[in-house]
Design a protein around this ligand. Structure first.
Ligand code: NAP
Length: 277
């Protein structure tokens, strides 16, 4: 598995595992655990979750999947904006740790901007770093202006990532946010990289998939992985699809593939509002 070097020197897999919608139906739980374990076995050892997902139950699914192998994994979770005061951030993290059955979250993110001033959340992240409860922090769903505001009041050089919606279908961030972050080695974590499972039916995707003996979904992931500092976190609760997604990390798109994709999925020509899911 290709690795991405974060700003603090930690190397993480370029393709990790999403968990949104996991934990919602107890009958799916065993399969969700198997899906995550399949990904981990194949080298997708970064898992993205959040206190929000299934009101904490997604974190419990993760706990079941990582039992006995915590140390080889990189866990990402998120604090809800309404909990992101200094004390609230610490409390939310402690609750996540309990559900995840671990003593450390590797990367802890502000899920999106709410009413709490950034400085408050940063103070909470500082407290958690000092206590060793998180090893790094970052943000999510911040557009360029908001990210610049965050960096002005936070420990700018320690912000590891901005997790945003980014796919070949939703590529507005290509105009400014992605190049700005990548120049500064702030990793972009691309969420909804498969357009939430609605794989575009454009023939160009099928054609390029044919060239690589791959699937259109794999081409969507490979397109994001063309960047050195982009991490993709597709979610699947089906082990066979997790396998398909992980294998996308081995596909190298050619200059011709990229030009063909640009013709059908036009790059943004001006700044666009951030797409949020
Ligand atoms: P996604 O990964 O783009 O798509 C997930 C959907 O695609 C699921 O319905 C899945 O169904 C299906 N799928 C997976 N692999 C497939 C394949 N190879 N072919 C066809 N369909 C496939 O969307 P997402 O789950 O919304 O985003 C990924 C992760 O990003 C989330 O799980 C979450 O961890 C994170 N996220 C973060 C935020 C944020 O605000 N920071 C927002 C949204 C998501 P099956 O499960 O049935 O395979």
């Amino acid at each position: 598995m290709r690795q991405v070097a974060l700003r603090n020197g930690t190397r993480v897999p370029a393709l990790g595992l999403g968990t949104w919608k996991m934990g919602e139906d107890v009958r799916q739980r065993a399969q969700e655990v198997r899906a995550l374990q399949t990904g981990i076995d194949l080298g997708a050892t970064l898992i993205d979750t959040a206190e929000m997902y299934a009101s904490g139950r997604a974190e419990e699914v993760v706990a079941a999947a990582i039992k006995g192998r915590r140390d080889s994994l990189y866990l990402v979770s998120k604090v809800l904006p309404q909990n992101a005061s200094r004390a609230g951030t610490v409390k939310a993290c402690e609750a996540s740790l309990k559900r995840l059955k671990t003593d450390r979250i590797d990367l802890y993110l502000l899920h999106w901007r709410g009413a709490v001033p950034f400085a408050e959340t940063m103070a909470g992240f500082d407290d958690l770093m000092q206590a060793g409860k998180i090893a790094g922090f970052g943000v999510s769903n911040l557009d360029l202006k908001e990210l610049q505001e965050w960096l002005a009041v936070s420990r700018a050089d320690k912000t590891l990532t901005n997790q945003v919606q980014y796919s070949i279908e939703q590529r507005g961030v290509d105009f400014d946010l992605v190049p700005w972050c990548l120049e500064r080695k702030i990793a972009i974590m691309a969420y909804c990289p498969l357009a939430q499972g609605v794989i575009p039916s454009k023939p160009v995707l099928k054609r390029i998939a044919g060239r690589h003996r791959a699937t259109p979904a794999q081409i969507m992931l490979a397109w994001l992985l063309r960047h050195e500092h982009v991490i993709v976190i597709p979610k699947s609760s089906r082990p066979e699809r997790v396998r398909e997604n992980v294998q996308a990390a081995d596909i190298m798109l050619s200059a011709e593939d990229l030009m063909d994709l640009d013709r059908e999925f036009t790059p943004p020509r001006k700044s666009e509002p951030l797409a949020i899911s």
